[in-house]
Design a protein around this ligand. Sequence first.
Ligand code: FE2
Length: 315
Amino acid sequence: MSPILNASQEAINAFGKSTSQFNHNFAESGLFTDEKLAELIERYPREYYMLNTMTAQGDKPEWRSGEINNVSGDKVLQALTDGRIWLALRRFDVVCPEYDELVHDAFSEMEALQPGLKTFKHNSSMLISSPGARVLYHADIPYVCLFHVRGRKKLWLYDAENKDHLPDSTLEGVILRETEEEVGYDEAWDKDATQVVLEPGTALSWQLNAPHRVDNLDGLNVSITTDYFTPYAQKKYGVYYTNGIMRRKLGIDPKSTNVEGLSAYAKCAAALAIKKTGIVKVAERSMISTFTLDPQNIGQIIDLPDSERTEIVQL
Ligand SMILES: [Fe+2]
C-alpha cells in the first residue's frame, strides 16, 4: 500500500505533542467528490450530525444550531457553497466505516513513523463548511488532527499554557461539558496567535487543549477532524475533571494541575470513579435547534419560532 502521509521528521516528532503540519493524500481515495459527499449527507441519522450557522467573520461571535429539514444531499452541498453554514457528520465508526478506515490507516502510519507514539479513542467527523464560515474561539478536550481536503481555511492557534487565554476553571468547564467548548475570547490575543493557512492535502495537529478559531478563506471547505487521546491527554483529562468537581462541588480551589505524580494518579482514579458511578451530576450543556435549511431558497435558512425550537439529541 502506498503511503498516505508525507511528513518531515520535525512534524513526525511533534505529532501528539505540539504543532505538527504535514501532507496527506485523502483526496485520492475518491471519497470527497460532490457526489460522494451528497450521498454521505443523505445517509446521516439526525443524532449523528450537527448543522450550524454563525455571524460573519469580524462580527460579534454568535453560533446557532439547526436542522437539514429533509433537503437532499446535493442541495445541502449547494447551501453549504452559497450560505454561511457548517456541517459536522460525526461518529464515522457508526455511520461510515470507509472514511474511518482512511483515518485509521493514517494514524497507523504516523505511529509507525514515531516509535513510542500511542494514540487511542479516535473519533472522526467530516466537516463541510461555506467559504465564509468560521468556527469561534474554543478549546477541545482531546488532541485533534485536522485533515484538510478541499477549499482553504486559516486556523488561529493560541498557547494552551497561557492562563489568561484559557483559565483553569474554563478548561475544567470544557472538560465537564458545561459549555459548548466556547470560551472567553479577546481580539487582542490575536497578535500572540500562530496563523496557519490550510491548503487542500495538508493536515495539522496541535498542543493539547490549545484554544483556536478558524476562518474559512475560499471554496467549499471539506476536512476530516479526528479527536484522539494519548496517555498524557488521558491523565490531563483526569486531573482537570477532578479539579473541576472539587471547585464546583466542594468549594476547593485546586492548586495543582500537575499531570505527573501521586496526586495526579489519585485524581485520575477519582475521575474514573465519579464518571462510573454518576454520583456527581454536573450541569451539562444542551443544544437547541433555532433554524432549518430553506428547501426553496438554497443557501438561506428559516428561523424557527420559539414554539418549534427543540433540543438536539446527539449520541
Ligand atoms: Fe476545535
